[in-house]
Design a protein around this ligand. Structure first.
Ligand code: NDP
Ligand code: TDO
Length: 279
């Protein structure tokens, strides 16, 4: 059995759908309690652990960085040490927001991270903590995750289009929307590979083709049959508490090479999610 930290989040929900996992919600453990992870692992004696729990509120992290740090860095560190002490493989999820977004070429796993905001800083600290724990692990960086549940851009756009004729969306941030179901599939595959002796490491998985948030919104409205207009704006014209990277493209060659995990086409994933939402 694979033990999942997280239950109702986007990725945790898709992991539960695949099956073969025990997923723990915050009623069963508290990321803020450093002993909670070890207790849960000992209670379940899993073959591998997937950490799908995190602070994901990007703007709110700007004014609560120490709280986000506990969830995104200290907790994964404790989880990593608990797994390492028991020689249990850990698969942990990280983000494109560890990069500063300069340039236009996709980020390689070895490129130097330089987060722009608090969320990215805390997620990068989580990566360091998982590596420092010294156990068998994979860190999977993904981006722009969406699904039929939880908080994500697809659901936000559909909600806005319920009440508005037009929305302003940034057109100069470019990346890869990624269906949570594909993230879940990759996490499970990688957990099994670690069990089978794969040496692990840091990998990227993001949907293709690259698109801007405005382009993504266009596809969402087209696929959902909405005629909501999109005013394309620059990041400078759409101020948010947290700065976001302009270039969120992730190079996904390594995960294909080492795990045979293909890059998902997010447009197919979008159609599946919209169908699930009744569109
Ligand atoms: N969303 C995105 O666009 C992206 C996400 N990621 C990363 O992917 C991973 C999964 O993200 P996603 O599924 O979208 O996240 P969600 O925001 O959908 O879910 C967050 C999860 O964290 C859990 N959680 C939050 N606080 C606590 C706490 N105090 N104690 C225990 N559990 C807690 C929630 O628990 P509960 O189940 O009880 O509600 C929930 O399962 C995260 O590491 C995130 O950083 C990476 C790139 C993009
Ligand atoms: C709602 C909205 C957002 N935007 C912009 C703001 C931002 O630049 C971009 C995305 O906004 P959101 O707040 O929906 O998404 P955001 O929370 O930035 O999404 C991020 O979440 C974390 C967890 C990650 O790890 C990232 O990969 C990424 O998915 O779109 C608009 O231009 N118009 C709008 O109406």
């Amino acid at each position: 059995m694979i033990l999942v930290f997280g239950h109702s989040g986007q990725v945790a929900t898709e992991l539960r759908r695949v099956g073969g996992v025990t997923a723990l919600g915050r009623d069963a453990f508290d990321l803020r309690d450093p002993h909670s992870a070890a207790r849960a692992i000992d209670a379940h004696d899993p073959l591998a652990v997937i950490n799908a729990a995190a602070w994901t509120a990007v703007d709110a992290a700007e004014t609560a960085e120490s709280d986000a740090l506990v969830l995104n860095a200290e907790a994964p560190g404790a989880l990593g040490r608990a797994c390492a002490a028991r020689d249990i493989p850990l698969v942990h999820v990280s983000t494109d927001y560890v990069f500063d977004g300069t340039g236009t070429t996709p980020w390689h796993e070895d490129d130097a991270p330089a987060p722009l905001g608090a969320y990215g800083r805390t997620k990068l600290a989580g990566e360091h903590a998982v590596r420092a724990a010294g156990g068998p692990h994979v860190i999977l960086r993904t981006s722009w995750v969406f699904s039929a549940h939880g908080s994500n851009f697809v659901r936000t756009m559909l909600r806005l289009s319920d009440t508005r004729d037009r929305v302003s969306v940034v057109a100069d941030q470019v990346g890869g929307p990624t269906p949570a179901a594909d993230v879940a599939g990759a996490l499970l595959h990688m957990a099994q590979a670690l069990r089978d002796g794969h040496r692990g490491g840091t990998y990227h998985l993001a949907g293709a083709p690259h698109v801007s948030w405005a382009g993504f919104a266009r596809e969402i409205f087209d696929a959902a049959g909405r005629d909501t207009l999109i005013d394309e704006v620059t990041t400078a014209r759409y101020p948010t508490p947290a700065p976001r990277p302009l270039n969120s493209r992730l190079d996904c060659a390594a995960i294909m090479r080492d795990f045979k995990i293909p890059v998902p086409d997010w447009r197919a994933g979008l159609r599946t999610v919209l169908k699930e939402l009744g569109h």
